[in-house]
Design a protein around this ligand. Sequence first.
Ligand code: AMP
Length: 220
Amino acid sequence: MTRYLVLLGPPGVGKGTQAKIISERTGLAHISSGDLFRENLKNQTELGKLAQTYMSRGELVPDDVTIGMIRERLSRPDCKAGAILDGFPRTPTQADALEAMLDEFNGHVDAAPFITGDEDVLVERLGDRWTCRANGHIYNQKSNPPREPGICDFDGSELYQREDDKPETVKRRIHVYLEQTSPLIDYYRRRGKLIEIDGMQTIEQVTQALVSALDIQSSL
Ligand code: AMP
């Protein structure tokens, strides 16, 4: 069965962490727009250099550039069974473009889990976040530390702190989220796709809530 899931929620609420877990359990591809931009930046592509000018300020990369990148990613073979979208769409224009793209692939958004969280906790969490260079695995120095400091448990690569996880940029990112992305909550609610999940629980509890809400036990 083809399944497309859209993970919604403010920066730092755990979308990336949960998307990785759910992707491993279901075999659905994990598509993180932020990871795709960072990969482009690492490879110094034109797209990466352009995206960087927005990312470093905590602003959104323009819709047309972002939509083009996601269209290309969704057309790859590993998305045949569907995908978990993490960080895309982030504007109503992107959400409309996604509907049109999935129509082309004979699919549709099945559900949009909305992971909720308190702003103060998110700013602190992002300040404590460490990200793996090779594959974007995510750690928290207090609540989810790696076994060996500075080293990813999964692939042994170096952990680093994202430039845009600095408190000033985080505040901007949360502001941008409230202004430009939060309308998507209503967008998916109106379509009967929204599932609210409390993101202030432990990682395992959030996963459990997602697994039961999305009825994915059978694929475990
Ligand atoms: P993330 O890793 O999801 O926190 O994204 C990091 C940054 O990448 C964001 O602050 C934006 O600058 C950019 N970005 C990621 N996804 C999108 C998107 N769907 N639309 C526009 N910009 C995005």
